[in-house]
Design a protein around this ligand. Structure first.
Ligand SMILES: [Zn+2]
Length: 396
């Protein structure tokens, strides 16, 4: 097999089981699972996927040694532009104190005080940590600056390292505007948006008691949308509220957390293109109730699974850990959890070129030191990812 641009082609063979996420392939399940499989990589893309015995000739050959190969994880929700540490808060919470959104202020103060270099070093450290665990696409947000300058610099730094950048000036009302939330909403929808929009693809709001209510969230997302940013929402995390229905109303790509949902919320998600993104690292690290994944899945909603990696409520960059939680405690099947953390994450970012291993998609994939993806939940806490390729290049 040769390519018109004559970039060398590589076949990865001897794959015990391959997750393609194309139901027209392999076993016909949503995972499109192929046993004894091969993948052909041409440049940065997948050129061919199928049974080993039918693989076309290529320039190079890599033997997977009977390992499983999966699409690289698509982590569609993280907060990696920050400085400082919340160990003391976590320690206190694990000693019985409840989590409240106000803890974000600690990170805001540390982030404002940090240099650009410190913020970038922190960001790249966690991106590399996630990559080693199989994550090849990671969305990340601002939200710890809360001034025009600090939000725009967070996004400028993030945009150097990922295409999936989210403006979250509306994380909490800035402490500088604690007495006048309306003035802060005006800033978020005015000067701050203008400074941030060039670096971001998405606009997000923490719609929650103590953060922003439904009307404020609608105003922020609507103005962001008019500025060319697509909405996503932190919705229904700590309490019931208007976030999920607002997400559907505004055709947000994703409603994230979805921990407290009414039947009407679930119906709305199931009948929309808005993905329900579950972030069980947050429930784990705050000892909160799990989101009800089964209700969402059984109703027909599209579910994504991501880390919410942030220093306050979910300081894990590990998608395999979230998969184990989703299977053990949220009653997702191992197949559903794998799909949700790859194709589901891609859907939450409205992408079809990642999260699957089919011709034309980016060659973003992970090798597992295991015969199948089921081991990600079956062997919790074990570092099973042995190789990670991104855009056709082995990076781990
Ligand atoms: Zn979040």
């Amino acid at each position: 097999m040769s390519s018109p641009t004559s970039s060398p082609t590589t076949v990865i063979t001897n794959i015990a089981s391959l997750v393609t996420n194309d139901p027209s392939l392999g076993d016909g399940s949503p995972l499109g699972l192929i046993q004894d499989a091969a993948v052909v990589v041409d440049g940065d893309r997948i050129a061919w996927t199928g049974e080993s015995s039918k693989a076309p000739a290529t320039d190079n050959r890599v033997d997977a040694g009977g390992r499983a190969v999966i699409p690289g994880f698509v982590d569609s929700h993280s907060h990696l532009v920050f400085a400082g540490d919340r160990t003391a808060e976590f320690n206190a919470r694990m000693s019985g104190r409840a989590y409240s959104a106000g803890g974000i202020r600690t990170t805001v103060a540390a982030t404002r005080a940090a240099s650009d270099e410190e913020l970038e070093a922190n960001l790249t450290r966690y991106l590399a940590e996630a990559l080693r665990q199989g994550t090849t696409t990671m969305e990340t947000k601002s939200g710890y600056g809360l001034t025009v300058e600090d939000e725009s610099r967070a996004l400028r730094i993030a945009a150097r390292h990922t295409d999936e950048v989210t403006y979250l000036g509306a994380h909490i009302v800035s402490p500088d505007h604690a007495d006048d939330p309306a003035a802060y909403v005006s800033l978020v929808t005015g000067d701050m948006l203008n400074a941030c929009a060039p670096y971001a693809r998405w606009v997000d709001v923490f719609c929650e008691k103590g953060a922003f209510d439904g009307d404020q969230a609608r105003a922020i997302l609507t103005v962001g949308k008019a500025k060319g940013l697509h909405p996503r929402i932190h919705a229904n995390q700590l309490s019931y509220g208007p976030g999920v229905r607002l997400a559907v109303e505004l055709d947000a790509a994703s409603a994230d957390h979805c921990t407290h949902l009414t039947d009407a919320d679930i119906d709305a998600l199931a009948n929309s293109a808005t993905v329900a993104t579950l972030l069980p690292g947050a429930e784990f690290s705050t000892r909160a109730e799990w989101p009800n994944a089964r209700r969402l899945l059984d109703a027909g909603a599209t579910v994504a699974l991501s880390t919410d990696c942030n220093p306050g409520s979910s300081f894990t960059s590990s998608v395999p850990f979230c998969i184990a939680l989703a299977v053990r405690d949220m009653k997702m099947t191992p197949d559903e959890a794998l799909w949700s953390s790859t194709a589901g994450g891609a859907a939450a970012l409205r992408r079809t070129d990642i999260g699957r291993l089919t011709p034309g998609a980016y060659a973003d994939l992970a090798f597992l030191d295991a015969p199948s993806h089921v081991h990600l939940a079956y062997r919790p806490g074990v570092p099973l990812v042995t190789q990670v390729w991104r855009r056709g290049v082995r990076e781990v």
